[in-house]
Design a protein around this ligand. Structure first.
Ligand code: MG
Length: 304
């Protein structure tokens, strides 16, 4: 079973959520508000597993850091959001050197503090039949501007431009597992600036973790629109070909849709227009010259 199918089946059981859940499962974060007029609390969780998200046997600091960075990237994806705090639960193979566990939690704590999110709780469990170190991090966030909305995946509108920050492709090396996915700067500042600058012209946003094509398809589905992604316009990393880059994953850039002018550079981060939103049935189309085809297998997800 594929990851998204499994999660969708689980979330489908949440038929009626209480009114305090203002944004339910299926976006980069969920949102909670206890009473009208009070602060919105955003929450998300991500894990990092040695051998899946970082190379096996590497510095455990990298594992802790990556778990937090993945969460921070989800905070960025809500645009009008800033991190508040993190909690971390580690699953530790029996016999792991204490120094390695210390490195893991140092990676979590120091990374979170860098982005003003103190580590406020967590847990460790020693596991006997497991050899990979794992850490699951929960992040809490709130709105930067309490009078403005958060930006979800579900509000892309026909006529919007489609944009991406930075460059796509080459974030991890298939052979070594190394690359910038181990130590990237989450796009919090550029996301917050976009929210401030564009206001209600900023319609939908997602962080690019599963591959640009897959993540744009999430926006298309959630917003019930069609997105034309022009491959020639995708800013690919040096040595990369667009068709491979959009399926590769782990870029941790932001993809978004907006109407009107969008600056080509913000907070020192290049922003490229890569496509257009049009009315349609929730599909992503890959456009090359005058050829256009539905993106079906682009992107990846963890098979269970
Ligand atoms: Mg995300």
């Amino acid at each position: 079973m594929q990851e998204f199918e499994l999660l969708n089946r689980v979330f489908a059981l949440n038929a009626s959520l209480p009114p305090s859940v203002t944004l339910g499962p299926g976006d980069d974060m969920a949102a909670l508000q206890l009473a009208t007029g009070t602060s919105t609390i955003l929450v998300a969780a991500d894990s990092a597993v040695e051998g899946v998200h970082t190379p096996l046997g590497g510095d455990a600091y990298d594992l802790g850091r990556k778990a937090v960075l993945r969460n921070l990237s989800d905070v960025a994806a809500m645009a009008n959001a800033r991190p508040l705090a993190v909690l971390a639960c580690a699953m530790i193979p029996k016999g792991t050197e204490p120094a390695r566990i210390w490195r893991l939690f140092s990676g979590v704590r120091e990374t979170a503090m860098t982005w003003h999110a103190p580590l406020v709780g967590g847990d460790t469990t020693v596991v006997t039949d497991q050899s990979a170190l794992c850490v699951a991090v929960t992040i809490l966030a709130t709105r930067v501007d309490e009078s403005a909305p958060i930006v979800t995946r579900a509000n892309a509108l026909a006529g919007d431009g489609v944009y991406v920050t930075g460059s796509i492709g080459g974030a991890w090396d298939r052979t070594t597992g190394l690359g910038r996915h181990l130590n990237f700067a989450p796009r919090l500042e550029v996301a917050q600036s976009l929210a401030r600058l564009l206001g209600t012209r900023l319609h939908a946003m997602i962080d690019v973790s599963d591959g640009l094509a897959q993540d744009l398809a999430h926006i298309a589905r959630a917003s019930a629109v069609t997105i034309d992604l022009e491959l020639a316009r995708v800013p690919v990393a040096p040595g990369w070909e667009a068709r491979l880059a959009v399926a590769h994953g782990e870029d941790y850039e932001l993809a978004f849709t907006a109407v009107g002018e969008v600056p080509p550079l913000l907070e020192g981060v290049p922003i490229s227009r890569i496509g257009t939103v049009r009315a349609g049935a929730g599909a992503l189309m890959l456009v090359e010259g005058d050829r256009s085809q539905p993106a079906t297998d682009a992107g990846w997800e963890h098979a269970t």
